[in-house]
Design a protein around this ligand. Sequence first.
Ligand code: FAD
Ligand code: SIN
Length: 511
Amino acid sequence: MIHTDFLIIGSGIAGLSYAIKVAEDAPHHDILVVTKNDLNESNTKYAQGGIAVVTDYSKDSAQQHIKDTLIAGDGICDQEVVEMVVNEGPERLKELISWGAQFDRNSDGGFSLENEGGHTKHRVVHHKDMTGREIMRALRATAIQMSNIKILSFHTAIDLLTSKSKSSSCHGAVILDNLKGEIKHIIAKNTILASGGAGQVYTFTTNPDIATGDGIAMAKRAGAKIEEMEFIQFHPTALYYPDKKPVFLISEAVRGFGAILRNKEGEAFMYRYDERKELASRDIVARAIHSELKKNNSSHVYLDCTHLDNEKFKHHFPSIHEKCMTIGINPAINMIPVAPAAHYVCGGIKVNKDGLSSISNLYAIGECSRTGLHGANRLASNSLLEAVVYAHRTYQHTMLTVNDSNKQEIQFDLPNYEVVKLNNEFIQSLQRQLQEIMSHSVGIVRTTKGLTKAQEEITTLEQKFNNQVNLKFTSTELITIRNLFTIAHLIIKHSLDRKINKGGYYNVDIS
Ligand code: FAD
Ligand code: SIN
């Protein structure tokens, strides 16, 4: 058993920025970061476009960023949260820079700003097309130098330790040491879920293998409120190169740079769907592509960059250029095949403005949380922004309350797990089937019949799994498949509960 003041589950932008803040402010407190892969592996590492923050007040304003976020969210964002996040963004950007993150600058010293779908101004601060990699480099370098941050890599959180004696409260988590196959109980005054998204519940996703919705599933099992899981965001332009997983993203900033979407016939079709064309918000562009694919019975459309200045393109998007070239696509000459892919969960663990969930001492920050910022469709590049703003607010709140009496150790039964090695092929086959059902029936366009059928099919798959596997057995594969079942059920249930189409949720039987 390990005791700590702050247990942070996840080491992406949300988890590491929170850990650094607490460590800087409270050298006498213990901070433990648990992460299921190496410290770097996260959705954050793959972020391309950048962070949406107002930096040039001569051309942009907080009001305009707020308005764009509200429009993208299709009327169901929490306006107070939107205002708070946008207004606090510039300070948080300065902090990232103070920790060593470098963002591209113009010759006049101002930030080089990209444009993306749904933004009416160029306001996306970035590091080439590798913003996430640069942020992770800086956060990792800062965190590993801090003597009061202890990091347990290759450790997977299985479940939260909660007490339901009075009201529900969280006191840590049960962790699996992936390499040694040992169980550890971590008793914590504050538990912070920073475990990221859940793209792996779909076959075609931009998210790496770690994105299996663990934090959301654990919080659900612990009884926390989970909301708006029906709003899965599909990124319109993932590279269509079906054998490679996760699929490589072609950043929305490429459309912001002037790339044009074309269908199989070579027609630039976006004008038929939205007057903003390629720079309409992500839900609209993804649905337009879906409709073109159905109409033409094709698997992908094209992103045409051939008319763009190739030298500038290479300078702005070196990793995208390199990736395309390695598969024989020269963006100066060839159009890039693209298709929508599951990208981001707008919903998640419901939190207040301090990042506190409905369970005391349990916080959620970053992609696993549902703050109210994104509503029905996240505005591009608002995710990294949300993560740093909520890491800060949660840090402030937990520092104020860390010594409260309700955070003192209490007695409760520790769950028993037996670490086992099971037939991996059986689990992998279940995971593939689950992803196929979700991709087929719970994608960009849904039907009530399809959702109900998917619910039945997934229930059957889960029963098959439960008949074979004792509840006490655990392993990294078992943790993953159990969580994916929970996430799939949440997405379907919340979809069936939704009676009005909004943003990224579209059910043909409703409109
Ligand atoms: P993550 O960065 O995903 O970190 C989650 C962490 O939790 C990981 O360390 C993981 O290993 C760990 N973890 C998960 N489960 C467990 C467990 N059970 N036990 C222990 N550890 C666990 N957003 C933008 O704003 N701008 C962009 O340009 C942008 N581009 C993107 C490009 C791609 C390809 C992708 C996939 C996403 C992009 N996004 C972008 C979204 C954004 O990157 C993510 O939403 C954001 O990085 C999430 O940060 P996070 O800290 O919440 O989670
Ligand atoms: C991108 O670069 O297109 C991704 C931006 C985001 O997900 O916010």
